[in-house]
Design a protein around this ligand. Sequence first.
Ligand code: UDP
Length: 492
Amino acid sequence: MEGTTEPHLVLVPWLGGISHIIPMTDIGCLIASHGAPVTIITTPANAPLVQSRVDRATPHGAAVAVTAIPFPTSEAGLPEGCERLDLLQSPAEVPRFFGANKQFGKAVARYYRRGAAMPRRPSCIVAGTCHTWALGLARDLGVPCYIFHGFGAFALLCIEYLYKHRPHEAVASVDELFDIPVLSPFECRVSRRQLPPHFSASTSMGGGTMQEMREFDMAVDGVVVNSLEELEHGSTAHLAAAIGKKVLAVGPVSLCHSPNLDLQAMSDDARQYMAWLDGKETKSVVYVSFGSAGRLPPAQLMQLGMALVSCPWPVLWVVRGADSLPNDFKEWLRENTDADNVADSKCLVARGWAPQVAILAHPAVGGFLTHCGWGSTLEAIAAGMPMATWPLFAEQFINERLIVDVLGVGVSVGVTKPTENILTASKTDDRKAEAEVGMEQVMKALERLMDQGVGGEARRRKARELKAKAEGALEKGGSSYINLEKLIQPLV
Ligand code: UDP
């Protein structure tokens, strides 16, 4: 880039959860691999996670600086260290968290307005989804502001359609299915209760926050998506046309690391999960995970667990929050699954952080029961892995339609109702919630997922084709490679 101004991109991942921080850090590493220096702004409690991913992206990681700016937890009445939404304990804390995030935004702005002592000037800001304050900072600095939602382009297209055409307001009940007709000839039939929180009458965020986020969405200069143009049947182009902005698909960003690099940085627990997989036959294992924060109510977890221990395949099951489960369920887990890594165990429960990208790339894994979080969905696609879909909340029911109906790489478990979470502000005690999906229903989905017949083979073939496209997208001249250039070049 001799003779030109070297662009400097500042990325500020949303503090919603680890699943927002992971892909934005990876985007930072990808931008750096195109020769542009990057700063990732985060908070002290999240900085080690960002730094460790950056360190693994060597040699490009060297061009990524990680800056920690304090997050005002105690001033906002939040417990110390509560620097991510997924660490909150009750819906009542959610508005306080958003208040603290505004103050965090002011602190970031002060950091960039220090006159002569100012750190390297940004030439572009890429803001995580709820950092609405980033727009004012970008405008003050006279630089473009992009948003990274963490959703795929199809989901964003559906959300745009819902905002503009409001089909959900014409249905008689929360369970009546209606179509979001954005990707003809495919249908996207969902119910009102399955929609993301943008369209819910009450969330613990409050309507004001949702409105502010919508205004931010509409005001930014462009959208960065963790996807590839070839994947979502033209959704990126349709989205760009619908919102009148640039939409740059730069993924799958998980491919910026080799799964083997992840192996080197793994915890002892994670290494044991990998060793357990090493002892299993090719494509024989079902991997089960509900993401970084997804927790099923105990009664539902029990139905799932009974299916997993009695199905004919070995299972690697990630259980989040296992320590806070009711004692009788903990007892059941102890008796029926193997948490001690016995090599021939049938159902291994992973209580720690599972190295998901490496697991999905392991030859022993033959199917993924997923909550359809977009990060997991794209990681599965990058690994050529068929899925069984069990959406929990957010935009996951829309992702399920993409996986099953549009891409043809998944089978639906058949969940109709979302699982409560901290944003849905319910007064009901989730621990008492009944199971919607029984053991038999889970078993049927697993049988279809692991099916060796025509249907199963068709899904595996499509998954392999998508994997090849995903790999090509980030290679020199591939669509995501070109989109990274389109992000950087106008700043030169
Ligand atoms: N993840 C992981 N190990 C775990 C749980 C989650 O590596 O034990 C990662 C997963 O690979 C993905 C992210 O966490 O990158 C989850 O993101 P997703 O969008 O699928 O779901 P969310 O956590 O937002 O519900």
